[in-house]
Write a protein that binds this ligand. Structure first.
Ligand code: PLP
Length: 375
């Protein structure tokens, strides 16, 4: 994978990589708190393929508090949600296995399943046909039920329970990607983790969207045997995660709900202002608000996302084209914009988008490739 920061010129505003654009001050404070502890560590060699135990305990306690009773041995700490997905793909898939998933979806998951030589079995959003698809020879299913990347969709508790029960009845592991689950707007009804309703689902979580991607702390919640297997596989790659990051994350996980509530207002204000600015400067774009998350999924009135992204880049604005998020080709006419920048940056971004749209001439044929790296 390319390192995204190095391929974008500094003058470009990026609405492509959806993630917090700076660490919140609580991360530096958490590191400051662990310094004396780090200085006093002894009898600790620092290799923990399944994760630093106090962090596994803190994550397990949080699930238990949210209604999904969890023991620390059900948690594997990973270098972000992406490592969790990659390990799961390696553990659960053999070449040619079928993976049922919704489209469009998170491109990193598509990459992980493709790397395991799986065959993708895409379903529309809402996963109509899920029951039949998991019954007819699939090896794995993957869903992002809360603030889906890229659409922001939230599946109701009833629907997600139905999916989990259908997968369990078919004997298929269901990966529930809840990396974006903490991104509710203020006052939104809070849904418990899917594991609170069906314990057998495999959950992927992360601090990357709720706090900061640079922390590289995520996790997998599953049964202890699956976690032990993933930990063995993980040791092949890196023998375990960065211990100071996990020590800092231990305190952050305990405070995660209040940290997320504090940020939610800012994220909602940024969402509202992006929607308003788009309505003023690009009234021809059909833009729909989302109930939470961090991005808008926009069908362009004409042309395709990949060629528009190239025009936009000439106007110093980067957007994510839909073609990398959908193996069926049905999202080629979409772009994804995130709203994790300050409002003034978003305002500037919309002006650049409007200039790019005025300049945009769709090509006769789509030739732009899907981005090699997208989050
Ligand atoms: C749905 C989803 N899952 C997983 C990830 C990967 O998260 P991390 O940055 O923790 O590796 C992302 C990142 O964008 C995502 O959107």
């Amino acid at each position: 994978m390319r390192e995204i920061a190095s391929v974008i010129r500094p003058e470009v505003i990026s609405l492509a990589c959806a993630a917090p654009d700076a660490p919140p001050p609580e991360i530096a404070a958490a590191y400051a708190r662990i310094v004396p502890e780090l200085a006093g560590l002894s009898g600790e060699i620092g290799y923990h393929p399944a994760g630093y135990l106090p962090l596994r305990v803190a994550i397990a306690e949080r699930y238990t508090r949210l209604g999904a009773p969890t023991r620390p041995e059900q948690i594997l700490v990973t270098n972000g949600g992406q490592q969790g997905l990659t390990l799961l793909a390696r553990a659960l898939l053999r070449p040619g296995d079928r993976v049922v998933l919704e489209t469009p979806t998170y491109p990193g998951a598509l990459e992980a399943f493709r790397e395991a030589s799986a065959v993708l079995r895409p379903l529309p959003l809402g996963l109509t046909g899920f029951r039949t698809a998991v019954r007819s020879g699939a090896a794995l299913a993957y869903v992002t039920p809360t603030f889906q990347n890229p659409t922001g969709t939230v599946l109701s508790r009833l629907v997600r329970r139905g999916l989990a029960e259908a997968a369990a009845a078919a004997g298929i592991p269901l990966i529930v990607d809840e990396v974006l689950a903490e991104l509710a707007f203020p006052g939104a009804p809070e849904l418990p983790p899917t594991a609170a309703d069906v314990d057998s689902v495999i959950t992927v979580g992360s601090l990357s969207k709720s706090l900061w991607g640079g922390l590289r702390v995520g996790w997998v919640r599953a049964d202890p045997a699956t976690i032990a297997r993933l930990a063995r596989l993980r040791a092949v790659g890196d023998l375990g995660g960065n211990l100071p990051a996990q020590m800092a994350a231990t305190g952050l996980v305990a405070d995660l709900d209040s940290l997320c509530r504090a940020q939610a207002l800012t994220r909602k204000a940024a969402h509202d202002s992006l929607i308003e600015d788009l309505a003023v400067h690009l009234p021809q774009w059909p833009v729909a608000p989302v109930p939470g998350g961090q991005s808008l999924w926009i069908p362009l009135p004409h042309g395709d996302g990949a060629s528009f992204a190239q025009t936009a880049l000439r106007h110093d604005i980067a957007v994510l084209a839909g073609n990398g998020l959908d193996p069926t080709g049905s999202s080629d006419g979409h772009i994804r914009l995130h709203f994790r920048h300050p409002r003034s940056t978003l305002r500037d971004a919309v002006l650049r988008l409007a200039a790019a749209w005025a300049d945009y001439r769709p090509p006769a044929r789509i030739s732009a490739p899907a981005p090699a790296f997208a989050i």
